[in-house]
Ligand binder design. Structure first.
Ligand SMILES: Nc1ncnc2c1ncn2[C@@H]1O[C@H](COP(=O)(O)OP(=O)(O)OP(=O)(O)O)[C@@H](O)[C@H]1O
Length: 242
Protein backbone atom coordinates (compact mmCIF):
# COMPACT_ATOMS: atom_id res chain seq x y z
CA UNK A 1 0.00 0.00 0.00
CA UNK A 2 1.54 3.37 -0.97
CA UNK A 3 1.65 6.19 1.58
CA UNK A 4 -0.84 9.01 1.01
CA UNK A 5 -0.38 11.08 4.19
CA UNK A 6 2.86 11.29 6.15
CA UNK A 7 3.22 13.44 9.27
CA UNK A 8 6.78 14.03 10.46
CA UNK A 9 7.28 15.56 13.91
CA UNK A 10 4.31 17.89 13.55
CA UNK A 11 3.89 20.38 16.40
CA UNK A 12 1.42 23.20 17.00
CA UNK A 13 1.69 25.67 19.85
CA UNK A 14 -0.80 28.34 20.87
CA UNK A 15 1.28 30.70 23.02
CA UNK A 16 2.51 28.54 25.88
CA UNK A 17 0.15 25.62 25.09
CA UNK A 18 1.41 22.74 22.93
CA UNK A 19 -1.80 21.43 21.36
CA UNK A 20 -0.03 18.97 19.01
CA UNK A 21 3.34 17.67 20.13
CA UNK A 22 5.81 16.00 17.75
CA UNK A 23 3.19 13.83 15.98
CA UNK A 24 4.43 11.37 13.37
CA UNK A 25 2.42 8.72 11.54
CA UNK A 26 1.57 7.59 8.02
CA UNK A 27 -1.67 6.62 6.32
CA UNK A 28 -1.66 4.39 3.26
CA UNK A 29 -3.83 4.86 0.19
CA UNK A 30 -7.30 3.42 0.88
CA UNK A 31 -6.83 3.09 4.65
CA UNK A 32 -9.56 4.15 7.11
CA UNK A 33 -7.89 5.28 10.34
CA UNK A 34 -9.53 6.45 13.56
CA UNK A 35 -8.00 9.40 15.44
CA UNK A 36 -8.96 9.08 19.08
CA UNK A 37 -8.24 10.87 22.33
CA UNK A 38 -9.94 12.53 25.26
CA UNK A 39 -11.44 16.02 24.91
CA UNK A 40 -8.76 18.64 24.31
CA UNK A 41 -6.10 16.12 23.26
CA UNK A 42 -5.42 17.91 19.96
CA UNK A 43 -7.40 15.89 17.39
CA UNK A 44 -9.23 18.80 15.76
CA UNK A 45 -6.07 20.90 15.81
CA UNK A 46 -4.29 18.09 13.93
CA UNK A 47 -7.06 18.01 11.30
CA UNK A 48 -6.74 21.81 11.06
CA UNK A 49 -3.02 21.45 10.39
CA UNK A 50 -3.52 18.75 7.73
CA UNK A 51 -6.25 20.76 5.94
CA UNK A 52 -4.33 24.04 6.22
CA UNK A 53 -6.89 25.83 8.41
CA UNK A 54 -3.96 26.44 10.81
CA UNK A 55 -0.22 26.57 10.06
CA UNK A 56 1.98 24.03 11.87
CA UNK A 57 4.62 25.46 14.22
CA UNK A 58 7.06 22.73 13.17
CA UNK A 59 7.24 19.49 11.20
CA UNK A 60 6.34 18.24 7.74
CA UNK A 61 2.92 17.19 6.41
CA UNK A 62 3.38 15.24 3.20
CA UNK A 63 0.48 14.38 0.94
CA UNK A 64 1.41 12.18 -1.98
CA UNK A 65 5.06 13.18 -1.42
CA UNK A 66 4.67 17.02 -1.37
CA UNK A 67 5.31 18.82 1.94
CA UNK A 68 2.22 20.97 2.40
CA UNK A 69 2.81 22.21 5.97
CA UNK A 70 1.96 25.91 6.12
CA UNK A 71 0.30 25.95 2.67
CA UNK A 72 -3.11 27.64 2.18
CA UNK A 73 -6.26 25.48 2.52
CA UNK A 74 -7.06 25.86 -1.19
CA UNK A 75 -3.58 24.62 -2.15
CA UNK A 76 -4.02 21.62 0.15
CA UNK A 77 -7.52 20.98 -1.24
CA UNK A 78 -6.02 20.99 -4.74
CA UNK A 79 -3.76 18.16 -3.54
CA UNK A 80 -6.88 16.11 -2.78
CA UNK A 81 -7.74 16.84 0.86
CA UNK A 82 -11.33 17.60 1.95
CA UNK A 83 -12.91 17.71 5.40
CA UNK A 84 -16.08 18.00 7.38
CA UNK A 85 -16.36 20.15 10.50
CA UNK A 86 -17.39 19.31 14.07
CA UNK A 87 -20.10 21.97 13.80
CA UNK A 88 -21.84 21.52 10.44
CA UNK A 89 -20.96 24.28 7.94
CA UNK A 90 -23.54 24.42 5.13
CA UNK A 91 -24.75 27.53 3.28
CA UNK A 92 -28.32 27.77 4.65
CA UNK A 93 -29.79 30.17 2.06
CA UNK A 94 -28.61 28.15 -0.95
CA UNK A 95 -30.35 25.03 -2.25
CA UNK A 96 -28.90 21.60 -1.57
CA UNK A 97 -27.71 21.34 -5.17
CA UNK A 98 -26.10 24.81 -5.08
CA UNK A 99 -24.37 23.92 -1.81
CA UNK A 100 -22.65 21.01 -3.54
CA UNK A 101 -21.96 22.91 -6.78
CA UNK A 102 -19.82 25.49 -4.96
CA UNK A 103 -17.02 23.13 -3.85
CA UNK A 104 -17.31 21.23 -7.16
CA UNK A 105 -16.75 24.48 -9.10
CA UNK A 106 -13.65 25.30 -7.05
CA UNK A 107 -12.50 21.69 -6.65
CA UNK A 108 -9.75 19.78 -8.40
CA UNK A 109 -11.50 19.58 -11.78
CA UNK A 110 -12.88 23.18 -11.79
CA UNK A 111 -16.15 21.95 -13.30
CA UNK A 112 -18.70 24.29 -14.86
CA UNK A 113 -22.13 24.17 -16.57
CA UNK A 114 -23.80 20.80 -17.15
CA UNK A 115 -20.73 18.84 -16.01
CA UNK A 116 -20.81 20.73 -12.70
CA UNK A 117 -24.49 19.98 -12.11
CA UNK A 118 -24.03 16.31 -13.05
CA UNK A 119 -21.11 15.94 -10.65
CA UNK A 120 -23.02 17.69 -7.83
CA UNK A 121 -25.98 15.35 -8.41
CA UNK A 122 -23.67 12.30 -8.33
CA UNK A 123 -22.37 13.47 -4.93
CA UNK A 124 -25.92 13.99 -3.63
CA UNK A 125 -26.81 10.48 -4.82
CA UNK A 126 -23.84 9.03 -2.90
CA UNK A 127 -25.18 10.47 0.37
CA UNK A 128 -28.86 9.76 -0.38
CA UNK A 129 -30.07 13.36 -0.87
CA UNK A 130 -31.22 13.24 -4.51
CA UNK A 131 -34.88 13.98 -3.77
CA UNK A 132 -34.02 17.05 -1.67
CA UNK A 133 -31.87 18.94 -4.20
CA UNK A 134 -34.22 21.95 -4.50
CA UNK A 135 -34.70 22.44 -0.74
CA UNK A 136 -32.76 25.09 1.11
CA UNK A 137 -29.95 23.70 3.25
CA UNK A 138 -31.27 25.57 6.29
CA UNK A 139 -34.52 23.54 6.10
CA UNK A 140 -32.83 20.14 6.37
CA UNK A 141 -32.89 17.90 9.43
CA UNK A 142 -29.61 17.51 11.33
CA UNK A 143 -28.70 14.14 9.75
CA UNK A 144 -29.47 15.52 6.30
CA UNK A 145 -27.29 18.58 6.97
CA UNK A 146 -24.54 16.13 7.89
CA UNK A 147 -25.14 14.21 4.67
CA UNK A 148 -24.99 17.49 2.77
CA UNK A 149 -21.74 18.45 4.40
CA UNK A 150 -20.30 15.08 3.38
CA UNK A 151 -21.57 15.60 -0.20
CA UNK A 152 -19.83 19.01 -0.22
CA UNK A 153 -16.58 17.36 0.85
CA UNK A 154 -16.95 14.64 -1.80
CA UNK A 155 -17.68 17.26 -4.46
CA UNK A 156 -14.08 18.43 -4.21
CA UNK A 157 -13.02 14.92 -5.37
CA UNK A 158 -10.75 14.19 -2.39
CA UNK A 159 -8.21 11.41 -2.09
CA UNK A 160 -7.99 12.03 1.64
CA UNK A 161 -11.19 12.74 3.55
CA UNK A 162 -10.94 14.15 7.08
CA UNK A 163 -14.10 13.55 9.14
CA UNK A 164 -14.34 15.49 12.42
CA UNK A 165 -16.96 13.76 14.58
CA UNK A 166 -19.23 13.40 11.56
CA UNK A 167 -21.34 10.81 13.41
CA UNK A 168 -21.81 12.87 16.59
CA UNK A 169 -25.36 13.77 17.56
CA UNK A 170 -27.09 11.08 15.47
CA UNK A 171 -29.74 8.79 16.95
CA UNK A 172 -29.11 5.01 16.82
CA UNK A 173 -30.92 4.52 13.49
CA UNK A 174 -29.14 7.51 11.92
CA UNK A 175 -25.86 6.24 13.32
CA UNK A 176 -26.31 2.91 11.54
CA UNK A 177 -27.09 4.79 8.30
CA UNK A 178 -24.06 7.06 8.83
CA UNK A 179 -21.72 4.12 9.37
CA UNK A 180 -23.06 2.41 6.23
CA UNK A 181 -22.52 5.62 4.29
CA UNK A 182 -18.88 5.96 5.37
CA UNK A 183 -18.38 2.28 4.57
CA UNK A 184 -19.69 2.84 1.06
CA UNK A 185 -16.98 5.50 0.56
CA UNK A 186 -14.37 3.03 1.71
CA UNK A 187 -15.71 0.71 -0.98
CA UNK A 188 -14.76 3.41 -3.52
CA UNK A 189 -11.15 3.28 -2.29
CA UNK A 190 -11.21 6.60 -0.40
CA UNK A 191 -8.60 7.21 2.29
CA UNK A 192 -10.24 8.46 5.50
CA UNK A 193 -8.94 9.89 8.78
CA UNK A 194 -11.82 9.92 11.21
CA UNK A 195 -11.99 11.75 14.55
CA UNK A 196 -14.71 10.05 16.57
CA UNK A 197 -15.78 9.48 20.16
CA UNK A 198 -18.35 6.77 19.36
CA UNK A 199 -16.42 3.54 19.92
CA UNK A 200 -18.99 1.33 18.16
CA UNK A 201 -18.42 3.42 15.04
CA UNK A 202 -14.66 3.21 15.43
CA UNK A 203 -14.84 -0.58 15.79
CA UNK A 204 -17.14 -0.86 12.77
CA UNK A 205 -15.16 1.41 10.48
CA UNK A 206 -11.50 1.59 11.45
CA UNK A 207 -9.13 -1.41 11.34
CA UNK A 208 -6.45 0.92 12.76
CA UNK A 209 -6.44 3.76 15.30
CA UNK A 210 -4.02 6.48 16.36
CA UNK A 211 -4.58 7.78 19.89
CA UNK A 212 -3.56 11.21 21.21
CA UNK A 213 -3.37 12.46 24.78
CA UNK A 214 -2.31 16.00 25.68
CA UNK A 215 -1.12 16.57 22.09
CA UNK A 216 1.11 13.47 21.96
CA UNK A 217 0.66 10.14 20.17
CA UNK A 218 0.26 7.43 22.80
CA UNK A 219 -0.84 4.51 20.60
CA UNK A 220 -1.03 3.49 16.94
CA UNK A 221 -2.12 0.03 15.85
CA UNK A 222 -4.98 -2.41 15.24
CA UNK A 223 -8.16 -1.04 16.83
CA UNK A 224 -8.87 -4.11 18.96
CA UNK A 225 -5.40 -3.87 20.53
CA UNK A 226 -5.38 -0.09 20.93
CA UNK A 227 -8.71 -0.02 22.75
CA UNK A 228 -7.43 -2.35 25.49
CA UNK A 229 -4.02 -0.64 25.78
CA UNK A 230 -3.63 0.36 29.48
CA UNK A 231 -2.12 3.73 28.49
CA UNK A 232 -5.14 4.49 26.30
CA UNK A 233 -7.58 3.44 29.02
CA UNK A 234 -5.72 5.60 31.56
CA UNK A 235 -5.81 8.60 29.18
CA UNK A 236 -9.59 8.30 28.85
CA UNK A 237 -10.42 7.48 32.46
CA UNK A 238 -7.59 9.32 34.22
CA UNK A 239 -5.35 7.69 36.79
CA UNK A 240 -5.36 7.91 40.56
CA UNK A 241 -2.25 10.11 40.58
CA UNK A 242 -3.20 12.20 37.50
N1 LIG B 1 -7.25 28.44 18.06
C1 LIG B 1 -6.84 28.08 19.28
N2 LIG B 1 -6.24 28.95 20.13
C2 LIG B 1 -5.80 28.56 21.35
N3 LIG B 1 -5.93 27.31 21.84
C3 LIG B 1 -6.53 26.41 21.05
C4 LIG B 1 -7.02 26.73 19.74
N4 LIG B 1 -7.56 25.60 19.19
C5 LIG B 1 -7.42 24.63 20.11
N5 LIG B 1 -6.82 25.10 21.22
C6 LIG B 1 -6.46 24.32 22.40
O1 LIG B 1 -5.69 23.22 21.98
C7 LIG B 1 -6.01 22.05 22.73
C8 LIG B 1 -6.46 20.94 21.81
O2 LIG B 1 -7.75 21.28 21.31
P1 LIG B 1 -8.50 20.42 20.18
O3 LIG B 1 -9.79 21.11 19.86
O4 LIG B 1 -7.56 20.16 19.07
O5 LIG B 1 -8.79 19.06 20.97
P2 LIG B 1 -9.72 17.85 20.54
O6 LIG B 1 -8.94 16.61 20.87
O7 LIG B 1 -10.18 18.01 19.15
O8 LIG B 1 -10.93 18.00 21.56
P3 LIG B 1 -12.50 17.57 21.41
O9 LIG B 1 -12.53 16.07 21.42
O10 LIG B 1 -13.12 18.16 22.63
O11 LIG B 1 -12.99 18.18 20.13
C9 LIG B 1 -7.07 22.47 23.75
O12 LIG B 1 -6.42 22.79 24.96
C10 LIG B 1 -7.67 23.71 23.12
O13 LIG B 1 -8.18 24.60 24.10
Amino acid sequence: MSTLLKLENVTKTFGGLTAVNDMSFEIGQGEVVGLLGPNGSGKTTLLNLISGALPASAGAIRIGGSDLAGKRPDVIAAHGVARTFQLVKVLPSLTILENVMVPAAFGRSRLWGAALEDHARDCLAKVGLTAEETLHAGDLTYIDQKRLELARALAAEPELLLLDEWLAGLNPTELREGIALIRSLEGHGMTILLVEHIMDAIRALCPRCVVMAAGTKIADGPTAEVLVDPQVIAAYLGTADA
